[in-house]
Ligand binder design. Structure first.
Ligand code: C2O
Length: 545
């Protein structure tokens, strides 16, 4: 195994998109940021220097961080932010993960532009469990705002209005041909007829589920969230923010130019969204070595924005391979039921409270709207026994039972604020029913667990039925993921073993608007016995609050 050293300088840079130039925060003045390519078993050492004018942290989305939670990155959860002018070195080892992950800022909404791919190849000499591709290409889907992202965040935080929707979707930082002033930068992949290509598709969008497809080409899904899955063929994939999907395609069509395209899957009823389409080009080289043609590429048909059936069919097609499926927990120690949803809170009129009738948005799990500490991080508070930072009374079930996806009385719209954790013993098995609520509106929620991946043993629409639904769980080959898109007006059930010790692991909606409103909680996984079951001590340069 190798150790890879990188310098990540976080700094502002003027970038021109959609005919306008404005300053965005980048890593190493690249947008998207640098791709990290490593092998399973390698160690990464990334020295982050903050030259921006905001506090920042970096998160390695999906990396398990076994015993190294100090490198996980969510601000005020596992570390205090890196202040302007300061540095912090993230050091971690990849243990038994292969495929595509990504890294992003985990501070305010800076991940809008601070992100990049993290590619984990098999160990030297071990093959992929699928035919070897000729090309491998990260395809990072994102969102672009004409406005400064911090001002967009303020609007989301303090008003009852939905946050400003983005001005474009992007593929590898580029809106593509269908947007104004964008065709020069459109991302291209060149292939020869017959080539096999592995696309590592990442949804780095801040607030939007996306469909992705390629004109005339069949996609074969082979992995998701850096876990191999059984190959299955599909025209369209759907990714919630945070999710990754690896797809193979074969250049077996007439040599020409074809668009790959992504567009919103906007399951929320009535919520505003960007209804435009981002494109990149798949271009065949001709026999003479030139590119196929300069004619306009063929556009694929994308599903309608509210095509829940296509999204569901894709998710049902994803199945784990036998070696992974053998790890599905069958005996459950902690059986939890969390509601996930949006609501409003009353607030004092003023600049921080601009919603209708003196309200602003809030979101919650089990009616607790998560509040981050400011004096120190949760992990430091736990490690150093600092009292008064958090409590461990997160409710295992909702405080109140109601018709979750029905018409919910207004009295249930108001969550309570709290920094509540749920304690898990090292090695215990956990099942969580995630139930979307119709408080304010039903909507998909891409729920992400730090430090783990989990099995999705079931999902469906309406209210979870504890008497009939468990009988239909898939314990044979359920997909394994680090982020589950809980269906609109529905539920999903996940299982995992709490085998990553000694830390606080954030569990949250990966739509940044919802995270900002409090759609999060944290697990506190206790240490076990012996070195392999105990967290490592904090690095000396861990930032101070
Ligand atoms: Cu990719 Cu807590 O996030």
């Amino acid at each position: 195994a190798e150790t890879h050293y990188h310098d990540f300088v976080v700094e502002a840079k003027p970038v021109k998109r959609l005919c306008r130039t404005h300053n965005i925060i980048t890593v190493n003045k690249k947008f998207p940021g640098p791709t990290l390519t490593v092998r399973n078993g390698d160690t990464l050492v990334i020295k982050a220097l903050n030259k921006a004018r905001y506090n920042v942290t970096l998160h390695w989305h999906g990396i398990r961080q076994m015993r190294t939670p100090w490198a996980d990155g969510p601000e005020y959860v596992t570390q205090c932010p890196i202040q302007p002018g300061a540095t912090y070195t993230y050091r971690f080892t990849i243990e038994d993960q292969e495929g595509t992950l990504w890294w992003h800022a985990h501070s305010k909404w800076l991940r809008a532009t601070v992100y990049g791919a993290l590619v984990i190849l098999p160990k030297l000499g071990s093959p992929y469990p699928f035919p070897k591709p000729r090309h491998e290409v990260p395809i990072i889907l994102g969102e672009w705002w004409d406005r400064d992202i911090i001002s967009v965040l303020r609007q989301a935080l303090f008003t009852g209005a939905a946050p400003n929707v983005s001005d474009a979707y992007t593929i590898n930082g580029q809106p593509g041909d269908l947007y104004r002033c964008s065709s020069k930068g459109t991302f291209k992949v060149s292939v020869n007829s017959g080539d096999r290509v592995l696309l590592r598709v990442i949804n780095a969008a801040l607030n939007q589920q996306l469909f992705f497809t390629i004109a005339n080409h069949q996609l074969t899904v082979v992995g998701a969230d850096a876990i191999y899955h059984k190959p299955f063929a599909t025209r369209v994939i759907m990714l919630g923010p945070g999710q990754t999907t690896d797809v193979l395609l074969t250049a077996n069509q007439r040599p020409a130019r074809y668009y790959m395209a992504a567009r919103a899957y906007a399951s929320a009823r009535g919520a505003p969204f960007d209804n435009t389409t981002t494109t990149a080009v798949l271009e065949y080289n001709t026999a003479r070595g030139g590119s196929s043609s300069t004619s306009r590429p063929l556009l694929p048909r994308l599903p309608a924005f509210n095509d829940t059936a296509t999204a569901t069919a894709f998710e049902n097609g994803l199945r784990s391979i036998p070696s992974e499926a053998a790890k599905v927990p069958t005996k459950i120690d902690h059986s939890l039921f969390f509601t996930v949803g949006l609501g409003f809170v009353n607030c004092n009129p003023g600049p921080r409270c601009q919603g209708p009738n003196n309200t602003r948005f809030a979101a919650s799990m089990n009616n607790v709207s998560f509040v981050l500490p400011r004096r120190t991080s949760l992990l430091q508070a736990y490690y150093n026994n600092i009292p008064g930072i958090f409590t461990t009374d997160f409710p295992p079930v909702p405080p109140l039972q109601f018709n979750y996806t029905g018409n919910v009385p207004r009295s249930l719209w108001q969550p309570r604020f709290g920094t509540k954790l749920y304690k898990l013993k090292y090695g215990s098995t956990v099942q969580i029913v995630l139930q979307d609520t119709g408080i304010f509106s039903t909507e998909d929620h891409p729920i992400h667990l730090h430090g783990y991946h989990f099995f999705v043993v079931g999902q469906g629409f309406g209210n979870f039925n504890p008497r009939t639904d468990p009988a239909r769980f898939n314990l044979v080959d359920p997909p394994a993921r680090n982020t589950i898109d809980v269906p609109v007006g529905g539920w999903a059930v996940i299982r995992f073993v709490a085998d990553n010790p000694g830390s606080v692991w954030l569990f949250h909606c990966h739509i940044d608007a919802h995270l900002t409103w409090g759609l999060a909680m944290s697990f506190l996984v206790e240490n076990g016995i012996g070195e392999l079951q105990t967290v490592e001590p904090p690095p000396a340069d861990l930032p101070r609050c």
